[in-house]
Design a protein around this ligand. Structure first.
Ligand code: GTB
Length: 304
């Protein structure tokens, strides 16, 4: 039974097609994929599998509802036999993200990794209420996003999902075993050494502003972040990336640092400001950002 507030998120319909073409998937490098599926269903198994096309997704067009409408692309929506393709990747995200489309929720790191690797994916949006229900708890035991599903595998924890993808597809981890081990260390550093003080600082600002202790506690929280930023900047030095070329470690680290976009501590470390900008300039980041933004804006329009 499909729940009413957990539904596939349609971006566009292919005019003239007999089925509604749900642009559930976003981009796969230069390729755009769409599925024809039952819009009333939230079951991944009810989605037929994606034909690959060579047209890049135009996010502006997707936002305006005009994507996927050209005759040549509509023709490409005829699905191949379902049994001939693996299940598409499905990412569960906020239906209505509290970050207001700033790409700060943790589905962003997974979207970014998928884009770097050129993997198409479908998106399932869930409300805060649905996230706490049994169906989503089976995907994510803490009732949070993101959750990842592919071919019978369900995974939670954004870092673990990125690692899973990086291990299975070339492009986000070095081949050299030592370099790979160091990249893994930086991935763990991002989520277990750098992120906790940043989240503590951010959560205090979000939830404790009116508390008696807020002003007294804030300098200490800022100082903890400041210390980690200085240490990270010292190690990064003049390098562009943490371990040779761009890796999953940079993807996670930059994602974590982006939470500081309005923090006074970040401009004190110009190397990190430049590091974040380098990551954000990557085409894969921009596609991922545009996709989550389009979702937020579509939802905002629907709420108007
Ligand atoms: N360790 C887990 C992971 O990395 O996957 C943490 C997952 C997590 O914290 N998910 C958050 C969530 O589902 C969303 S990303 N929260 C709902 C809940 O717990 O009920 C964190 C987040 C939320 C909001 C903003 N924002 O508004 O800027 C930024 C980041």
């Amino acid at each position: 039974m499909a729940s009413t507030d957990q539904r596939w998120l349609p971006f566009a319909a292919c005019s003239g097609a007999s089925t509604v073409a749900l642009a559930l998937a976003v981009t796969a490098g230069a390729a755009t994929r769409s599925w024809s599926g039952n819009p009333n269903s939230n079951a991944a198994s009810n989605i037929t599998h994606p034909p690959s096309t060579t047209r890049p997704l135009d996010h502006a067009a997707a936002r305006s509802g005009s994507a996927f409408r050209t005759p040549s692309h509509c023709a490409s929506l005829v699905p191949p036999p379902a049994e001939s393709l693996p299940m598409p990747i499905t990412l569960t995200v906020f239906e209505d993200s509290p970050d207001r489309g700033r790409g700060l929720a943790r589905d962003m790191q997974v979207r970014w990794a998928l884009e770097e690797l050129g993997l198409a994916y479908a998106v399932r949006g869930v409300s805060f209420a649905t996230m706490k229900g049994a169906e989503h708890l089976a995907r994510q035991p803490f009732g949070q996003i993101p959750a990842f599903e592919e071919d019978g595998l369900t995974l939670f924890e954004s870092g673990a999902i990125v690692l899973h993808l990086a291990e299975r597809h070339p492009g986000l981890l070095p081949a050299d075993p030592h370099a790979r081990a160091r990249a893994l260390a930086w991935m763990f550093a991002a989520v277990s050494t750098i992120e906790p003080p940043i989240v503590e600082w951010a959560m205090a600002r979000m939830l404790e502003r009116d508390a008696d202790w807020f002003a007294a506690r804030q300098p200490m929280l800022e100082e903890r972040v400041r210390t980690r930023l200085a240490q990270l900047a010292a190690r990064l030095g003049e390098r562009d990336w943490l371990e040779g070329g761009f890796t999953a470690a940079d993807l996670l680290m930059i994602s974590v640092l982006r939470r500081l976009e309005r923090a006074p501590m970040l401009p004190e470390q110009p190397r990190l400001v430049a590091y974040i900008a380098r990551g954000e300039a990557r085409p894969a980041f921009q596609r991922a950002f545009a996709a989550q933004r389009a979702l937020f804006e579509a939802r905002a329009r629907a709420n108007d």
